[in-house]
Design a protein. Structure first.
Lengths: 143, 142
């Protein structure tokens, strides 16, 4: 059951990314390109995704997940260096190529060699992250 | 195209539905970078199968959908592999340091009124726009 739900969620996510045009780097870079031919599509995708998701968060109240266990705890509210530094690095890479992790995976079957190269580089970045995080946490604790 | 925003809304709705299934079904937050990253760095050892099932859905369903659509699927990714590698490294490193990407912080975070999710989203959009502005319009590199 857990795996069927997981596969279905991934499938809906991937299909949504494909149909919305978010695996096309031109549309993503078009949204970020405020000095060029600006493309507002990404805002519609975000809005369209946030509505069902907000309803889902409401439905978690007083319930348990279908497979049992518990829902995620409320998010922390404080900002830290990790959030800011990580988001800046991510945004730079996102602007450079127009791909983020979801669309990179969703377009793997039709993204050609470039898409595969991106995936490998992204995986390398992800594997390299824990030591960097440790360092950031360490220097933050000392300061 | 004029119908782009409609497809944006439809596709966005499906993305949100996927997130809803993952949350209400499995009790988990649908963040692409977290699901993949946890698999790669070993931090997600407790639920490896769930992660693989999700990623299989993300990769396989669009692969099938492409066959049924008349329009050719194109990512229009830059042919400059140096740019692709640098971008991939930054995206992988940044999303794991920030603990989230467009799906986790953007879709799942903002929808539960998470301050951190909203701030992260604003920061990566601004960083992306600034990068593109400098490299495309000032230096004409990409």
């Amino acid at each position: 059951m857990r795996l069927v739900l997981s596969f279905s969620a991934g499938g809906l996510f991937g299909l949504g990314l494909f149909l919305s045009g978010m695996t096309d780097t031109r549309k993503v870079q078009g949204w970020l390109d405020i000095f060029g031919n600006w493309d507002p599509t990404l805002a519609f995708v975000m809005g369209g995704a946030i509505i069902p998701m907000a309803i889902a968060w409401q439905l978690t109240r007083g319930r348990r997940p279908l497979v049992g266990g518990s829902f995620p705890t409320p998010p922390r509210q404080e900002l830290d260096r990790r959030l800011v530094i990580g988001s800046v690095l991510f945004g730079m890479g996102w602007g450079l190529a127009g791909l983020c992790p979801g669309p990179a995976m969703a377009s793997l079957s039709y993204g050609g060699t470039g898409g595969i190269v991106f995936m490998i580089a992204m995986a390398a970045g992800m594997i390299a992250a824990p030591p960097v995080v440790q360092r950031l946490d360490h220097t933050a604790a000392k300061a | 195209m004029e119908t782009d925003w409609i497809w944006g809304l439809i596709g966005g709705g499906l993305i949100g539905l996927g997130g809803a299934v993952f949350l209400l079904g499995n009790g988990r937050i649908m963040g692409a970078s977290g699901i993949l990253g946890g698999l790669l760095d070993g931090s997600g050892r407790g639920n490896t199968a769930e992660r693989i099932a999700f990623i299989a859905g993300v990769v396989l369903i669009p692969m099938i959908a492409v066959v049924f659509t008349s329009a050719e699927a194109q990512t229009h990714l830059t042919p400059n592999l140096a740019v692709v590698v640098i971008a991939g490294l930054l995206v992988g490193l940044g999303t794991r340091i920030a603990n989230g990407c467009t799906s986790g912080h953007g879709v799942c975070g903002i929808s539960r009124l998470s301050w951190r999710g909203l701030i992260a989203t604003i920061i990566y959009i601004l960083a992306g726009a600034a990068t593109l502005a400098v490299l495309r319009h000032v230096w004409s590199l990409i």
